[in-house]
Structure formats: structure tokens, C-alpha cells
Design a protein around this ligand. Structure first.
Ligand SMILES: CC(=O)SCCNC(=O)CCNC(=O)[C@H](O)C(C)(C)COP(=O)(O)OP(=O)(O)OC[C@H]1O[C@@H](n2cnc3c(N)ncnc32)[C@H](O)[C@@H]1OP(=O)(O)O
Ligand SMILES: CC(C)C(=O)C(=O)O
Length: 535
């Protein structure tokens, strides 16, 4: 097991904490796709899930452990509360991995102890070593997290960490669970741990943090300066509430400013050796994959992977960049895998050019998927002069990466305009194969469509987000609609792209409803299985 202190270990938790973003739930196949991309990106550890939480998560961790957790691949990690049943289940799921890690956690802040766990400090001091030792009985590599460390009494934290390390924890992870600390406080916390936990040199110090105040990345960089050597992060910074520290921001900060960070890792300042083993050229496509599969849009001005991150709008900037790009660029777009040379695909392009470009963009499609996407590509190419990489991505996502098609939109028609009442008619094929048609009036064309769809599908829900983005520039651009709806306490997303945004709006809604409907079916199935098992 690696205990190197002169490089930064990247622990990706997109598939665990990232999946805790409302509406971002992934199925097993989608999780495998993300895990493959993370392995290509070069992350050291993939936290693949929390196996005790559901049989789906158990299977996803098990499959990732078997396929991605090869001897030369990343360590595969599973989360577990500090209970025997969680730890045993995680160990079982991780069995196929060549390098498996159990990550167990227990809160240490008085707030969590009093209100959530209803435990005393003395009880925590007894449980932690017992559960770390139990995890150690299954795997060599054990990580322990004192949840809400950022709001814990440091003296108590030192005691807990010392016991966890003595019981066999090889990584101690310091979470700022609620994103409360500031960079100087978080740095001081890590320094305090280094100075006050007597056996700290037997473990790697890791950090985990949330973005409630937008400080997660800044906190982590300060932690690195004070001895943290593992960073827990997610692609695009997705995660519980305001999300986690973003992998791409951390990695590129350490890459672009390595001469600043080198001395903190005991290296000569001028060393050009990378500080992480991430293949930065895979950052962009991994970001797009995660955004597409989770339905979590990346804001255009997001650092590193936002659509505007490498765009220069104003004349003085453009003039500077044309004279020498370093006037306004601190990194090269190609360093994150953006390809700025334009290979123009259009209606005269063939399957080979199409397949080749998709491959370059990181899409590996089966022959059937490729044929399906190619038909759609030709259809779009007939309407649009030039098909860009963004169009291609929208086409593939729309055609291939889809929830099961239980309800199918057969027709959508709207009539609207100044002085008229927006009216929509829809025809939908239901899961039983019946074609149902209904119409409704709304405050606008999309509202009318959604009301008409609701009349047919009849699953009450709250629409909580509707956004339209133009995928490319120009009047003939593809419009991409992302929606999120809430049913009971869960959020479901849908995304669709079309040159007609009315059609895209209808399809995105049907996709979210299909996700919701299949989740309802799965939970009914689970209930039925439980009833059978208990009778
Ligand atoms: C900070 C984080 O991100 S932690 C990870 C969060 N992830 C998740 O919660 C994943 C999804 N969760 C789930 O599927 C469920 O909550 C489960 C399966 C984990 C537990 O379900 P349930 O048994 O129904 O418990 P429920 O969710 O209502 O409450 C959590 C229980 O775990 C206890 N608990 C919380 N953290 C820990 C811990 N680290 N170690 C031991 N027990 C814990 C709570 O005190 C509570 O116990 P109680 O029921 O005796 O009061
Ligand atoms: C389980 C721990 C590491 C966590 O997710 C948190 O504290 O945010």
C-alpha cells in the first residue's frame, strides 16, 4: 500500500458522495461507465459506493471491483458506517478487487454526537478502534473519517485519530462535512493533527470537504501545504448540497502552480514532475460524461470545464491572445483534452468519420448504438450546415444514454403566439402499448405540453428546474433542455436535444417521467419481494 508523502493521492468520490446530489442517481451500467472513465483519468482511488445502502449499490461496487479493480488499476473503496453490518457488506462487495479499501466513518462533533448519534465521547472512543479493527480483519487498506471534523473539538479529534491509527487505519480522512471552515482554519486543523497525533506518520492524511461557502478547493490547497496527501473530490464538484471539492480544479491548480506547491511536498521548487498521476487530457471528456449521465449541468463559467473557461470575448483580450496566448491564458485548453481544431462533419460525412470523431471524444459505442446515432446525425445534418463536437455529444446522449423508454412520445403539437392561448396536443404510447392522446392549455407552450403529458401519464410531481441551453451557436443550433422534477423526496432528471426546443422540452420531460416511473416500479418490486420473504 502506498504511503508516499511526496505526491498527492486523488480519491474520487463521484460515485458515492457525487451521487448524493439530488437527481444524480446512476444505474449500475452508468456507474461502470463513470468508473471506466475515472480509471482512464488516472485516479488513485475510486469510492464506488456505499454497499449497505441498497442491492443496486452493492452490485455496482462489486462489478466495479471486478472490472476496474485490477492489479494495475485503481484501489476500489466502499463506504460503511461504523457498524459491523455495514463493514461486512462493504468487504463482501469489494472482494473481487485486487486493491480494496473499506472507508468507515463516525462523527466526532458534539453537535452530531448529541443530536444525531445520541452517543457520548467515551462511546465514540470505544467504537472507533473496534470498528477499524473489524474492517482490518477483511482488508489491509482501511480509511477512517471522523465525520464533521471541521466542527469537532481538536483535542477530542486527536484522541480519536490516534486510536483509529493504532487499530490499523492506513488513511485518516478529515471531513469538513458541512463546508464551514475557512482555508486558514482548515490548514491549521491539519497542522494541529500532524503536530498532536503521536502516530500520525503511520497514516496518510486525507481531506474531504463540501462547498457550502464555496471554499472546498481553497481549503484543500491549504491542507496540502500543511501535510494532507490525499484529496477526496468529485468530477464537476457534484455532491451533497452545494457539492464537493471539484477534482478538475484541484488537479489543475496543483498542475499549473506546481512550482508554488513543490516545496510543501519536499520537492525542489523548479521540479516539473506532476504532483498527481492524473492524465489531465482526460479531464474534459470525463466531465462531460458525468454531466450527461447525472443530468447535472456544468455552469458555463465553471473553472476548467465550463463552456466559457477557454473563451475570450472582449477585443482587448482577443488582441492579447492573438499576439501571445499567455497574455490571458494560464493553461492550454489542450491540457484538459479540449480539441480546438475544427473537424467539420456534415451531411456528406460517412460512418467512418463519424465513428472516428466519436472515439476521439471518448464515446465507445456498440455497432447498434453507432448505427442509431448515425441515423440521428444524418437527420440533424440535413437541418444544420455544420455539426460540431458539441452537437455530436448532444446527439449521442440523446439517442444512446437514455433511461428505459416506458412512455414514448409519439407526437407533440403546439399552437401559440401573441394573443392566442397556448395549446398543446400530445400522443404518448404507454408501457402497455396503448396510444393515448390528450390536449391542454397552459401559460406558455411548454407549460401546455407538460400539462397535456401529465393528463396522460398521471404521476403527480413538482417541476423544480427547467433550463434550455443552445448547444452551439447560430439560428440552426441544437437546443438542449434539462429538467428536474421532484416526486416525494426524490429528484429525477431528464435531458433531450433537438433543433426544435419545443420537441426537446417534451422529450426531456418524458425522460424524467420514465426515470421516475421505473424507480416506482423497482420500489414496488422490492416491497413485493420483502412481503414474499416475510410470509
Ligand atoms: C456525510 C455523509 O455523506 S455520510 C453518507 C451519507 N449517505 C447515505 O446516507 C446513503 C444513503 N443512506 C441510506 O440508504 C440509509 O440512510 C441507510 C441504509 C444507510 C440507513 O438506513 P436506516 O437504517 O433506515 O437509518 P436512517 O437513514 O433512518 O438513519 C441513520 C442511522 O444511522 C446512524 N448513523 C449515522 N452515521 C453513522 C455512523 N457513521 N456509524 C454508525 N451509525 C451511524 C444514525 O444515528 C441513525 O441511527 P438510528 O436509526 O439508530 O437513529
Ligand atoms: C463520509 C464522510 C467522509 C463524508 O462524506 C462527509 O463527511 O461529508
Amino acid at each position: 500500500m502506498e504511503t508516499s508523502q511526496d505526491r498527492i493521492i486523488i480519491f474520487d468520490t463521484t460515485l458515492r458522495d457525487g451521487e448524493q446530489s439530488p437527481g444524480a442517481a446512476l444505474n449500475i451500467e452508468e456507474k461502470l461507465k463513470v468508473a471506466r472513465a475515472l480509471a482512464r483519468l488516472g485516479v488513485d482511488v475510486i469510492e464506488a459506493g456505499f454497499p449497505f445502502t441498497s442491492s443496486g449499490d452493492f452490485q455496482a461496487v462489486q462489478k466495479i471491483a471486478a472490472e476496474i479493480g485490477t492489479p494495475n488499476g485503481p484501489t476500489i473503496c466502499g463506504l460503511a458506517r461504523a457498524t459491523q453490518k455495514d463493514i461486512k457488506t462493504a468487504a463482501e462487495a469489494l472482494k473481487p478487487a485486487a486493491k480494496g479499501r473499506i472507508h468507515t466513518f463516525l462523527a466526532t462533533s458534539d453537535i452530531h454526537l448529541e443530536y444525531k448519534l445520541k452517543k457520548t465521547r467515551a462511546e465514540v472512543l470505544a467504537i472507533v478502534p473496534e470498528m477499524v479493527a473489524y474492517a482490518k480483519s477483511f482488508v489491509e487498506d482501511v480509511e477512517f473519517s471522523p465525520e464533521d471534523a471541521g466542527r469537532s473539538d481538536p483535542e477530542f479529534l486527536y484522541q480519536v485519530l490516534e486510536l483509529a491509527i493504532a487499530a490499523g487505519a492506513t488513511t485518516v480522512n478529515i471531513p469538513d462535512t458541512v463546508g464551514y471552515t475557512t482555508p486558514s482554519e482548515f490548514g491549521a486543523l491539519i497542522k494541529g493533527i500532524k503536530d498532536n497525533v503521536p502516530n500520525i506518520d503511520q497514516a496518510i492524511i486525507s481531506v474531504h470537504g463540501h462547498n457550502d461557502l464555496g471554499l472546498a478547493v481553497a481549503n484543500f490547497l491549504e491542507a496540502v501545504k500543511n501535510g494532507a496527501r490525499q484529496l477526496e473530490c468529485t468530477i464537476n464538484g457534484i455532491g451533497e448540497r452545494a457539492g464537493n471539492a471539484a477534482l478538475e480544479e484541484l488537479v489543475m491548480a496543483l498542475h499549473v502552480r506546481r512550482q508554488y506547491y513543490n516545496p510543501f511536498l519536499g520537492r525542489p521548487a523548479e521540479s516539473t514532475e506532476p504532483l498527481t498521476q492524473i492524465n489531465t487530457q482526460h479531464i474534459y471528456k470525463t466531465s462531460r460524461l458525468v454531466s450527461n449521465l447525472t443530468g447535472m449541468m456544468v455552469q458555463p463559467n465553471k473553472a476548467i470545464v465550463g463552456a466559457n473557461a477557454f473563451a475570450h470575448e472582449s477585443g482587448i483580450h482577443q488582441d492579447g491572445v492573438l499576439k501571445n496566448r499567455i497574455t490571458y491564458e494560464i493553461m492550454d485548453a489542450q491540457s484538459i483534452g479540449l480539441n480546438d481544431n475544427q473537424i467539420v462533419l456534415g451531411k456528406l460525412s460517412g460512418r467512418n468519420a463519424f465513428r472516428t470523431r466519436l472515439k476521439e471524444l471518448g464515446f465507445e459505442l456498440s455497432d447498434t448504438e453507432l448505427n442509431k446515432a448515425f441515423v440521428r446525425f444524418k437527420d440533424v445534418a440535413d437541418k444544420k450546415k455544420e455539426i460540431t463536437d458539441w452537437d455530436l455529444e448532444a446527439i449521442v446522449n440523446d439517442e444512446i444514454r437514455q433511461p428505459p423508454e416506458l412512455f414514448r412520445l409519439e407526437l407533440v403539437q403546439v399552437s401559440c403566439g401573441d394573443g392566442s392561448r397556448p395549446t398543446a396536443t400530445v400522443t404518448i404510447r404507454n408501457p402497455e402499448g396503448q396510444e393515448l392522446t390528450d390536449a391542454a392549455i397552459g401559460t406558455g407552450p411548454v407549460d401546455a405540453i407538460y400539462k397535456a403529458i401529465n393528463r396522460v401519464v398521471d404521476i403527480p410531481n413538482d417541476l423544480i428546474e427547467f433550463s434550455v441551453q443552445s448547444v452551439t451557436a447560430g439560428i440552426d443550433a441544437i437546443g438542449e433542455v434539462t429538467i428536474r422534477l421532484r416526486y416525494q423526496d426524490k429528484v429525477y432528471s431528464g435531458r433531450a436535444a433537438n433543433t426544435d426546443i419545443i420537441v426537446a422540452s417534451a422529450r426531456a420531460y418524458i425522460k424524467a417521467l420514465n426515470r421516475l416511473y421505473s424507480a416506482l416500479q423497482a420500489s414496488q418490486e422490492e416491497e413485493r419481494a420483502k412481503t414474499v420473504a416475510s410470509s
